[in-house]
Design a protein around this ligand. Structure first.
Ligand code: PLP
Length: 467
């Protein structure tokens, strides 16, 4: 369509730089593309690619995005490998047995990291991300409970799932989609995640499990998983209710095994039935990749597993998705081989040093109070000091954005929705130099903030964040 036709049809066509050869059949763009319909005919690849790159220029710089947990940098070799493998459908195990084999190697590698009882024959699968993995974990918990409580379920008992209010939105989705009552434990005082006694206190005979988080998205803190398991042990002794635990280790599953190998949060705790991680967070792969492992066959009811042929053999699958690129799994395997245990330990250790250093520098500015210090996940949350009245966290987020930094601000959930915080997520690619630069920029904008008569922005104006 011509621009005139587009305007007549009530829609603005996409703007094309004349240099790209608008209406020049030789270079390709023969008509201005409409916004919401297919163009009438084809266009040369170079012109379309230039046009699209122009439009995407308006995205923020992923490396300065301190809001996301998801990988924004990979080595050129991994980048190339992912491009080359984009044409392999991971589910076609018959046609692409070598890709399938790499997935089957990653699972026991992760099983070893998480101290699975029999790591070499770990049970698990790759997924699109932690959200899909959490759905699978929740479904297994529900099916296991239904089997053990068939009579009560038939008589109308409603299953419930216990978790902290800080859990990621995927758990609300799970409860909604699979008709499970969510029992969320609110924050209280300085407790910003699930507590052991609070978790046990919410359980009853219809509890399918407790979800605990290794690395809260709200503030980067680890929940007391061993303590929660101990409280559930005591509950079982008192009542006979055996409540399994799922650990949502979306971030921490690739941090704690390297930086705190002695912290007992994983399959070493007999009550832990399943664990998930996002390969695209601290597994350092581009989105979307997740993993989930189950303790044993008892934790993953067999009737949830479908069987597909694999070169005459039989491979069990348990996923919501079917077709998906093999790129992410191949990239995860690349990272495992490339870094090894020591390499991961160094990379994650460096991130933690960056996070704790930046947290200290921000504390040193004198007008902020740290809620966490980046010494668990390399993530920390902070708020304005008690004596700061002229600006709030939303003003800080807005001002930082002027320098290109994306640092989200948001209120905590109940019962601490009076508390508003900023959060910084350090990921591979965020160096000590960049961290110092951020602290310097924050320092240099403080005079402006102190000159404000009063806070200017509220939660509505905040940078959105992935939560
Ligand atoms: C990011 C995150 C999720 C969701 O993970 P995706 O991989 O983005 O689907 C779930 N739980 C926690 C704790 C997370 O941090």
């Amino acid at each position: 369509m011509t621009p005139q036709e587009g305007r007549r049809a009530g829609q603005r066509p996409v703007w094309v730089n004349p240099l790209f050869g608008v209406t020049d059949p030789a270079s390709g763009i023969t008509s201005v593309p409409p916004r919401s319909r297919l163009p009438e005919g084809p266009t040369a690849p170079a012109s379309v690619s230039r046009l699209i790159r122009d439009e995407l220029m308006l995205d923020g710089n992923p490396r300065l995005n301190l809001a996301t947990f998801v990988s924004t940098w990979m080595e050129p070799e991994a980048h190339a490998l992912m491009g080359d493998m984009a044409d392999r459908n991971l589910i076609d195990r018959d046609e692409y047995p070598a890709t399938a084999e790499l997935e089957q190697r990653c699972i026991p590698m992760i099983g070893h990291l998480w101290n699975a009882p029999d790591p070499d024959s770990s049970i698990g699968t790759s997924t699109v991300g932690s959200s899909e993995a959490c759905m699978l974990g929740g479904m297994a918990l529900k099916r296991r409970w239904m089997r053990r409580n068939a009579g009560r379920y038939a008589a109308g008992a409603r299953p419930n799932l216990v978790m902290g209010v800080n859990t990621q939105v995927c758990w609300q989705k799970f409860c909604n989609y699979w008709e499970v009552e969510p029992r969320t434990v609110p924050m209280e005082g300085d407790r910003f995640h699930l507590g052991a006694e609070e978790a046990a206190g919410q359980c009853d005979e219809n509890t399918i499990g407790v979800v605990t988080v290794l690395g809260s998205t709200m503030d980067g803190s680890y929940e007391p998983i061993a303590g929660i398991c101990a409280a559930l042990d005591a509950l079982e002794e008192r009542t006979g209710w055996s409540v399994p635990v799922h650990v949502d280790a979306a971030s921490g599953g690739m941090i704690a095994p390297f930086l705190e190998p002695d912290l007992v949060w994983d399959f070493r705790l007999p009550r832990v039935a399943s664990i998930n991680v996002s390969g695209h967070k601290y597994g350092m792969v581009y989105p979307g990749l997740g993993w989930i492992l189950w303790r044993d066959r008892d934790a993953l009811p067999g009737d949830l597993v479908e069987h597909v042929d694999y070169l005459g053999g039989d491979v069990a699958t348990f996923t919501l998705n079917f077709s998906r690129s093999g790129s992410q799994v191949v990239a995860q395997y690349y990272n495992f081989l490339r870094l090894g245990y020591e390499g991961f330990r160094e990379v994650q250790g460096a991130l933690r040093r960056v996070a704790t250093h930046l947290a200290e520098r921000i504390e040193g500015l004198g007008c902020f109070r740290l809620l966490t210090r980046g010494d668990q996940l390399p993530v920390f949350a902070f708020t304005t000091g008690d004596d700061v009245t002229r600006f709030n966290v939303y003003d800080v987020s807005r001002r930082l954005r002027e320098w290109g930094w994306l640092v989200p601000a948001y209120p905590f959930p109940p019962n601490r929705d009076d508390l508003h915080v900023l959060r910084v997520v350090c990921r591979n690619g965020f160096s000590l130099d960049l961290a110092d630069r951020l602290a310097d920029d924050l320092h240099s904008l403080l005079p402006w903030l102190h000159r404000q008569p009063a806070p200017m922005f509220g939660p509505d104006a905040a940078t959105s964040f992935h939560h």
